[in-house]
Design a protein around this ligand. Structure first.
Ligand SMILES: Nc1nc2c(c(=O)[nH]1)N[C@H]1C(S)=C(S)[C@@H](COP(=O)(O)OP(=O)(O)OC[C@H]3O[C@@H](n4cnc5c(N)ncnc54)[C@H](O)[C@@H]3O)O[C@H]1N2
Ligand code: MOO
Ligand code: MG
Length: 415
């Protein structure tokens, strides 16, 4: 008699897994290696940005009050006393009716309180002295990029647990972080189980297929910010699988197996979890594909028993393993984002379980539109190449029609 499994709701299954969140420690990396990693320390502004008042234009720094009576009919002239490019500072405080020719990014001379763009001035030379004149007045503060206008000293700019993007790298560089603390990546072992499995470089043989799950899952792990450790293929042999799983768990933060979790004669994972003394969080989820996804816990470590069917394996990872990886990385938003979209095709057949349709989501003038990515069956692999989201069709007695609004889980890593 086959054991009857009680399905748990998807949200409940996710909730159960999230009770075993483990947060990663920090490690130091060079700034050039930091993009894509998660901040292990908050970035706090150690100085204002810009650190000094500076000119946002190529022009002339003046005292605004000297320009008060400048008009088209009565231009006011300034003696140009020096020229400073970015990186240089004026040699002396600015005197009345003097101007410093100043370039974008250069520090404002002491005493100057406005900048006139070059295009609004006329320069001329008299007795070997350069002058410039202007035909309108300026207010104090005109055309100045003020110290601290971008960032105030002491501001907490980016919090620990934020994914570092090229913009974050710019900020880190601004504050002199040539090296910084990031969260260690979780090490995740992956076993593909199945006597039918060949490695990628093997020729097909009768009854055999190439192992596509492990390379896919390793890519999913890497894309989510973890380190994938491909532990190879295990034939469906209880003792061999039991020993391999038992040993591997000690050297990784999480362990994924694919296949062998259903009720077949050679589906050994349930018995392996039992013999290992692991606590099974659930072994059936009210979803399609991936209903047989099983998650167990042993000594605080999670064992993800993903389904062998490629599409079910993919979905199981994105729903359960992805948020655990993100949580390990201290992400404050560990789950994939969900957006509203319009169904581009009919799904008329009702299903008691929540369906996660591998979907190609497109952004059109009318908003997001979703269509199934090729054949929507648990055992297909081809749809996965065109999947960038999972359309969530709640279980029930009704089907869904083209044009209906649905929720879509974006599987592209946006967090
Ligand atoms: N009597 C029942 N049979 C099945 C049930 C059920 O409830 N009762 N559930 C079905 C569902 S749903 C799924 S999903 C699969 C799950 O099977 P397993 O997770 O135990 O996986 P396997 O049996 O090992 O393999 C299933 C399928 O996937 C192929 N596979 C396995 N590993 C890989 C890999 N690394 N790369 C590519 N393809 C792989 C394997 O050859 C099988 O075709 O069970 C149903 N059966
Ligand atoms: O678990 Mo199976 O993937 O529901 O199709
Ligand atoms: Mg099976």
């Amino acid at each position: 008699m086959v054991e009857r499994r009680i399905p748990v709701k998807v949200e409940e299954a996710v909730h159960k897994v999230m009770e075993y969140i483990k947060h990663g420690d920090v490690e130091e990396v060079l700034l050039k290696e930091a993009c894509g990693r998660y901040l292990g320390e908050s970035i706090i502004a150690t100085h204002p940005v810009p650190p000094f008042d500076r000119s946002p234009y190529d022009g002339f720094a003046i005292r605004a009050e000297d320009s008060k009576y400048a008009t088209r009919e009565n231009p006011v002239s300034f003696k140009v006393v020096e020229t400073i490019g970015a990186g240089k500072v004026a040699s002396a405080p600015l005197q009345p009716f003097h101007a410093v020719r100043i370039m974008t990014g250069a520090q404002m001379p002491e005493g100057a309180d406005a900048v006139v763009m070059i295009e609004l001035t006329q320069s001329y030379v008299e007795e070997q002295q350069t002058f410039m004149s202007i035909k309108r007045s300026f207010e104090a503060g005109d055309n100045i990029s003020f110290k601290g206008e971008d960032v105030q000293k002491g501001e907490v700019l980016v919090e620990k647990g934020t994914k570092i993007n090229p913009g974050t790298v710019a900020l880190l560089a601004t504050f002199g972080y040539s090296q910084l603390q990031v969260i260690q990546k979780p090490r995740i072992g992956v076993f593909a189980t199945g006597t039918e499995l060949l490695s990628v470089n093997q020729e097909l043989e009768p009854g055999k297929i190439r192992n596509s799950n492990a390379p896919m899952v390793c890519a999913q792990i890497e894309q989510s910010g973890g380190i994938a450790i491909d532990l190879g293929i295990l034939e469906d042999d209880f003792e061999k699988c039991y020993r391999a799983v038992g040993e591997a768990i000690n050297s990784v933060d999480f362990l994924i197996t694919t296949g062998g979790v259903s009720v077949g004669d050679f589906d050994f994972l349930p018995a392996i979890y039992e013999k290992l003394g692991a606590t099974v969080l659930f072994n059936k989820v009210g979803m399609r594909p991936g209903s047989v996804t099983t998650v167990a816990e042993l000594d605080g470590k999670l064992l993800f028993g993903l389904s062998g069917n490629p599409s079910a394996c993919y979905v199981g990872f994105e729903l359960f393993t992805y948020p655990i990886i993100k949580s390990f990385l201290h992400s404050k938003k560990p789950h994939h984002s969900v957006v509203k979209a319009t169904l581009g095709s009919d799904f008329l057949k009702a299903n008691p379980f929540t369906r996660f349709v591998r979907t190609s989501i497109e952004y059109t003038k009318e908003g997001f539109v979703v269509n199934p990515a090729r054949l929507d069956k648990s055992n297909v692999v081809s749809s996965l190449a065109f999947t960038n989201g999972l359309t969530i069709l709640p279980g029930g007695t009704k089907g869904f029609q083209k044009g209906q609004q649905v929720d879509v889980l974006l599987t592209k890593d946006t967090n």
